[in-house]
Design a protein around this ligand. Sequence first.
Ligand SMILES: [Zn+2]
Length: 517
Amino acid sequence: MHRAVRLSAIVPRGFAVDSTSSDDSGTVILVRPLSTASRCPGCGQSSDRIHSHYRRRLADLPMAGRPVRLILVARRFRCAAVLCERRVFAERFDTGVLAPWARRTTRLDHIVHHLALALGGRPAASLARRLMFPVSNDTLLRVVRRRGSPRFVPPTVVGIDDWAWRRNQRYGTIICDLERRKTIALLPDREAATAQRWLSDQPQITIVARDRGGGYALAAAKALPQAIQVADRWHLMENASHAFADAVRKSMRQIRSVIGAATINPDLLTSAERIQYEGYLRREEVNAEIQGLAKGGAPIKEIVRRTGHSRGVVRKILRGQRSDVFRVRESSLELYLQWLDAEWAAGQRNASDLWRRLKRQGFRGCLRVVSEWATRRRRADKADGALTRTPSARTLARLMTNGRDTLTKAETVTVAAVESGVPLLVEAREIIAAFQGIIRKKALADLEPWLDRARSSLVASFVNGVIKDRAAVNAAITSPWSNGQTEGQITKLKLVKRQMYGRGKLDLLQARVIGLA
Ligand SMILES: [Zn+2]
């Protein structure tokens, strides 16, 4: 059966329509309350003794693509209670319909709130304008703030991690419900005490997944001594990789000497560099001679007498403090190498011309530096092997752990030189790979033998960390829970933070992130 739409069905519940009109800015509906009485906010007694009328202007849901304004003819009542201090009060409505002092109906306010949660301030404001209920950026943020953070279901399995407000400057803490895959709290810092306070309010938590930084482990142990802690698998893998990179960093002196010996091609050196290189070779020769004598049991005094070098030099050499590294000199050019390479590739081979143009870019060095570079380039172009410089520890660690078939020919030579010259690094690499295999395959039984084998390797400090955090590492291998999804939530959080255009105060951010998830 069809029925005509009654005007009262358009306006919020509890109001009757007196008249409608429209102007340039939209539809205006004059409404009055249906009730005959209201409760005094002072004493709670109902009164029907009208004192006076007044008008409230309210924004409501738009209709047929036009904004709607309600003009509510509201009343003031006299309070009849003898002992009540309020003589007169403004009438109150069901807050599900209209809150005291509100300038929007509750149903519009809900939409404004959701829009602000979903889109943040400015994008929400522009969508709201299109939807015909213009609200400002500030209003949107105010609505989010007023309504506060959505409540969450008390979690039993949580992941906790830190996240950067601003990289390297300010950090907060994020807590996720791993079962419901939702962010449930943002804390203003990453102090153990702050996390502890939050966790103590949630005694029902049974599992805490966290990274291996000590702070959260301590907080969880104090707040929830019964809970099982799970070291985060993602962080474990990451820490293991870092441990190998550290081992490489500590071995750099040895690495430089094996790479230098293997890859410097004297034919490619300029005359100035060749003089340095010859000096370097002479020093290496002396080093070898003196170390040989010492190995043969000769005391320092004897070595001094036989080689003619001073006591100080001999001592230095025996301590390994003069095992020098030959490096090609090009420091002042470092900043301009990219530009130079591009010019060279484009056919600009005239050193003095290049030098003049470099000076215009702020290069302070003299012509000789550039001509030496050009000479070396010319030779390198002719010969098949370029002059290799020792890669950084981080690069080397990456080269050594990447598959062989991804390396260039020069990289393969470098890696091979390191592997044969520094066998302890090969061992360390195997140990790290074995650990990552244990985590990946959840092979708890392999952990104990691994610890025994790894304890005396180059990555011993990583191994000690694992031993200290043993229970949580065991749990990481056996438990299905991991912080991996917390990482995902952090990504979402960063996205939301960016949308807030620097206005990401914690309460707003929290309301949006939790409201969204
Ligand atoms: Zn009263």
